[in-house]
Design a protein around this ligand. Structure first.
Ligand code: PLP
Length: 280
């Protein structure tokens, strides 16, 4: 594909996407296919010669679309909405074109700097305390700042590993156990019995115990259930170090990870602001 063809196909692709989204309600939301439907529809071997853009797009309609769950359909009521919008689609296109890998500041300064500022914007939009910011109100360097993770599961794993490292490094070990492995064997993480399975999976990867605590009649983990479990575990010589929840308060000196994957964006709504008239 040369530049001229890219210009032509790119415009066709934008039209295809706009047509797809504007007619999406006419497609069945959930695909009527069986496991393994796709393999017989395409060659077993990768192609040795390129195909035309038209042929590829015909395959998209013939092979892919029948197996797509249309998350953007107004008839889709499962899980949560897909995170796409026309501006986001354009942003993805530009990002694909720039194609930088932001593994360090020098690898692409704008990439790192934009991420840092955008996450400060997010923290401000959610009205998080200023210690979550990379840059405080008077422009000074804050102690916080965020990084974007690929998925919510990855974010939980990274947070748990960071908390585990902190607990081991600071020697938060009431028994004064010799060596880090002694502490590792006694670390305990907590979450609610209603939490997403990724929290338990993170504990498996981090090789730490996890307790799934009971919830109240509204499926909420209450502070007294957590405090009780922490006290019992401390009395047994274990080292509570981490709790994952979706809303919380500060106590017990544990690393508090808020898994905001499902409902966190609701905190952007004015009605979540306690000072807002809409919340009264
Ligand atoms: C509360 C919560 N946590 C974690 C996840 C996992 O998200 P991901 O698939 O991005 O790892 C989900 C996904 O629905 C979720 O709702």
């Amino acid at each position: 594909m040369d530049e001229e063809e890219f210009r032509r196909c790119g415009k066709e692709m934008v039209d295809y996407i706009a047509d797809y989204l504007s007619t999406i309600r006419t497609r069945p939301v959930y695909p009527d296919v069986l496991p393994g439907y796709l393999r017989p529809m395409i060659p077993a071997e990768p192609p040795r010669t390129p195909e035309t853009f038209r042929d590829v797009m015909e395959d998209v309609e013939r092979v892919i679309m029948p197996g797509v769950t249309h998350w953007s359909s107004p008839h889709f009521h499962a899980y949560f909405p897909g995170a796409n919008s026309y501006p986001a689609l354009l942003g993805d296109m530009l990002s694909g074109a720039i194609g930088c890998i932001g593994f360090s500041w020098a690898a692409s300064p704008a990439c790192t700097e934009l991420e840092t500022v955008m996450l400060d914007w997010l923290a401000r939009t959610l009205q998080l305390p200023s210690h979550f910011l990379a840059c405080g109100d008077s422009g000074e360097g804050g102690s916080g700042g965020g990084v974007i993770q690929g998925t919510a599961s990855e974010a939980t794993l990274v947070a748990m590993l960071a908390a585990r490292n902190r607990a081991m490094r600071l020697g938060q070990d009431p028994q004064g156990s010799p060596g880090e492995s002694g502490i590792l064997a006694r670390l305990v993480a907590y979450t609610s019995e209603q939490a997403h399975s990724s929290v338990e999976r993170a504990a498996m990867f981090a090789a730490v115990r996890i307790r799934k605590l009971p919830t109240d009649g509204r499926c909420s983990l209450r502070g007294d259930a957590l405090s009780g479990a922490v006290a019992t575990d401390r009395a047994a010589g274990l080292v509570p170090f981490f709790v994952s929840s979706s809303l919380s308060r500060e106590r017990e000196g544990l690393w508090m990870h808020i898994d905001a994957a499902y409902a966190g964006s609701a905190f952007i709504c004015p009605s979540s602001d306690p000072s807002s008239t809409e919340s009264r």
